[in-house]
Design a protein around this ligand. Structure first.
Ligand code: FNR
Length: 183
């Protein structure tokens, strides 16, 4: 059976380019990977005062990550860093101490921005957090995608064959990474 990949989208807006990309990736990923978006917008801000009686949404989120074989991050950059909603999801999933849901999960990071830098700042801040969480990140190919505004056709498919070919290569590399770490 295919590896289950939890996809965390760093944008909450309905028309998000990153959400479109996540859905496109689910279509073009190899058969070894089954991608499913795990929502993060409903998670209350992490507050240690609520750790003893955590909100149900925190528990559901942690369980969804634990049930996945791997995690794929598809995110924009906010002010050269990780969008707050995504950082919150990482914090929620990392607790309680000793029960980090991301521990040992093979991961991959894709950043997508309308600008030319492709979310480079957010991308590497995310890698920094994932090192802390002991989630081994696919080293390469590195995926910094610019030009989000021109990336999709109206039906949500990728406009350029070369982008699609590159992303197929990325997802194949990710499948090999998951296989290597999960056996
Ligand atoms: C942005 N945007 C942005 N873009 C970028 O390339 N570097 C940045 O540092 C920022 N900073 C930033 C801060 C905040 C608060 C917002 C709301 C936006 C623009 C951002 O990339 C753009 O809105 C994307 O369309 C967001 O991704 P989604 O929502 O389309 O997936």
């Amino acid at each position: 059976s295919p590896y289950r990949v939890a996809v965390l989208v760093g944008s909450l807006r309905k028309a998000s380019f990153n959400r479109k990309l996540a859905l496109a990736l689910a279509q073009l990923a190899p058969a070894e990977l089954k991608l499913e978006i795990v929502e993060i917008g409903q998670l209350p801000f992490y507050n240690e005062d609520e750790a003893a009686e955590p909100p149900a949404t925190w528990i559901e989120f942690r369980n969804a990550i634990k049930a996945a074989d791997a995690v794929l991050f598809v995110s924009p950059e906010y002010n050269r860093s990780i969008p707050g909603a995504l950082k919150n999801a990482l914090d929620v999933g990392s607790r309680p101490y000793g029960h980090n849901a991301f521990d040992g999960k093979p991961s991959a990071v894709i950043t997508l921005s309308p600008g030319a830098l492709g979310g480079f700042g957010a991308h590497h801040h995310l890698r920094q957090v994932l090192a802390c969480l002991n989630a081994p990140v696919l080293p390469s190919p590195e995926v910094y995608l610019g030009g989000a505004g021109e990336m999709f056709k109206d039906d949500g498919s990728l406009a350029k064959p070369e982008t699609e070919a590159f992303l197929r290569k990325v997802m194949t590399a990710f499948a090999a990474w998951v296989q290597k770490l999960k056996g």
